[in-house]
Design a protein around this ligand. Sequence first.
Ligand code: EPZ
Length: 416
Amino acid sequence: MDKIQIDGGRRLVGEVTISGAKNAALPLIASSILVNGKSTFTNVPNLMDIVSIQMLLEDLGASCAFDNNTLTVDGGGINKIEAEYELVRKMRASILVLGPLVARFGHAKVSMPGGCAIGARPVNMHLSGLEALGAQITIDHGYIEAKADRLVGNEIYFDIPTVTGTENLMMAAVLAKGSSVLRNAAREPEVVCLANALIEMGAKISGAGTAIITIEGVESLHPARIDVIPDRIEAGTFMVAAAATRGDVLIKGCVPDQIGGIINKLRATGTILEVGENQIRVQGNDIIKSIDIKTQPYPGFPTDMQAQFMAMMTVAKGNSMIHEAIFENRFMHANELLRMGADITISKGNYAMVRGIKRLQAAPVMASDLRASASLVIAGLIAEGTTVISRVYHMDRGYDGIEKKFSSLGADIQRI
Ligand code: EPZ
C-alpha cells in the first residue's frame, strides 16, 4: 500500500501543465458503446479510473488500446450487456454504461454502484429518466436491469442537477425515436465536452452547457476523434496549493473560463491571479484572508474543490464557514486536518467552521477519498515537519503523477 511523504514548509515555484479531465474522459469512453466502430480519444489522463473503465468495456466485448494519452475504443465487438459487480464496485462512474447499452442494444444489466465515502450517491434520477424514455427498469439482487425495444424521446426533469445523470440520459436519448428535452440539466464543462463528442459522432444536440438540453434522436452514430478537455479540478488543486504555500506558479494548459468560481474565491483570499488565454499565474500572499464557501452545481464553486480549500483555510487569518451543499458526507478530510492541529467545528453534517491558526503540524494521516487526498497533500505542503499520507490509491484514481508534478514545483514530496 503506497504512502506519500511530504516535508512541509517549501514555497511552490515554477510551472505545471494540466492533464486531461478524468470526469470528461469517463463519459466519453462510455459513449463509444453507442458506436459500431473504433473511436479515438486524445489527451486522456493516465489514471486508475481510466484503467477501470477500459476493463469494464473489454469485459463487454469492446477492444481498447491506450498509448501516450491516446485511447482507442472499438465498440463493434460488444457482445455482452451486463456490467459485473466486481468491476462496477471499483468505480461508481461505471453507471455511465447503462444509458449507452440500452440505447444501442435495448437491454442492459448494471450492478447498483452503491455509495462511497462522500455519500449515498443514489442513481434514482438516472433510472426515472430512462423510464421516461420508455425503458422497463427492474432492480434485482443488486443489479439494475433496463429493457426497451427502442427508447422513445420524452421530456425529462431533474429534481436537482446531476452530472452523470445528465450524461447518461443524453447518451440514451441520442438514439431514441423522436426528440427529448432534459430540464434542470447539469451545465458542467464535462457535459458540454460529451455533447460535442456525440455531435461529432452524428448526434443532434442543442443547449449543452445550459439547463435545457434538446436531443433529436438519430438512427445510428459513427466513430469520431475526440480531444479530452483539461481537468479544471486538477488546475484548481494546483492553484490552491500555490496560494497556500505562498508560492508563484504558472498553471499551463487550463481553461480559465471554466474555473471562474475558483478564481473568484482565491482572489477574495488576497491571492494574486494573472489570467491568460490558456494559463493562470498564481502568486500567494503572506496573509491569507479567510472566506466563506458554499459548494454549488456549475458554474458555482465546485464541490470537488471544497476539501482543497478547507486545507488552505486552516491557516487563514480569521474564520471561514464552509457549506458543503452537494454531498451529505464530504468532510472526512476535516478529521485528518484536526489531527494536524487545525481548528475545525462541524455542525449539522454539512457546515464546517474553520478557525485559522498560525501553522499546521505534520502528522501521519489517512486519505478517505479522491479530493480528501488532495486536501491532505496541500496540508502536508504547508505543515511544519514530515507528513505521511496513507491510502494514496484514492489519489491515483484522479490525479496523473501528482507527486512528480509537485516535486517539479519544488515540493519535498515522495512516494514511499
Ligand atoms: C459527478 O458525480 C462527478 N463524478 C463527481 O466527481 C462530482 O463531485 C459530482 O459530479 C458533482 O459535481 C464524475 O463526473 C464521474 P451528481 P455524480 O449526480 O454525477 C444527488 C470526483 O471527485 N443525486 O451531480 O455522481 C447526489 O447524491 C467525483 O471526481 C441523486 O440524489 O454527482 C448528489 O447529492 C466525486 N440522485 C447530487 O445529486 C441521482 O440520481 C449531485 O450529484 C443522482 C444524483
